[in-house]
Design a protein around this ligand. Structure first.
Ligand code: FES
Length: 106
């Protein structure tokens, strides 16, 4: 599946990410800038914050409790479409998913 990452500066990266891999790893493994992912996906850093395009937001599994707590500590403002990208696993249904990377993660 293809995942579309938009940076704060307006650059667009389209990356083929294998099913089962997280949206976070899809970015960090391909050099997409702006997702720091300090904790490596273990749900303890909140530096993998993204804004999911509105039309996709409701297609994702709901935010779990730990993710919800961490989203309270993001560097950039939490919005209704904020997610932690390490908690979004790519599936065929998410082909074309668009996420925006916030200005900063710290
Ligand atoms: Fe640390 Fe997602 S990579 S919470």
């Amino acid at each position: 599946p293809k995942i579309v990452y938009k940076t704060h500066e307006g650059k667009v990266y389209e990356v083929d990410v294998p099913s089962g891999r997280s949206v976070m790893l899809g970015a960090t493994s391909q050099g997409v800038p702006g997702i720091d992912a300090d904790c490596g996906g273990t749900l303890s850093c909140a530096t993998c914050h993204v804004y999911v395009a509105q039309e996709w937001a409701e297609k994702l599994p709901p935010v779990e409790e730990m993710e919800d707590e961490l989203l309270e500590n993001t560097a950039c403002e939490r919005k209704s479409n904020s997610r932690l990208s390490c908690q979004i696993d790519v599936t065929d249904e998410l082909d074309g998913l668009v996420v925006e990377i916030p200005e900063r993660q710290f």
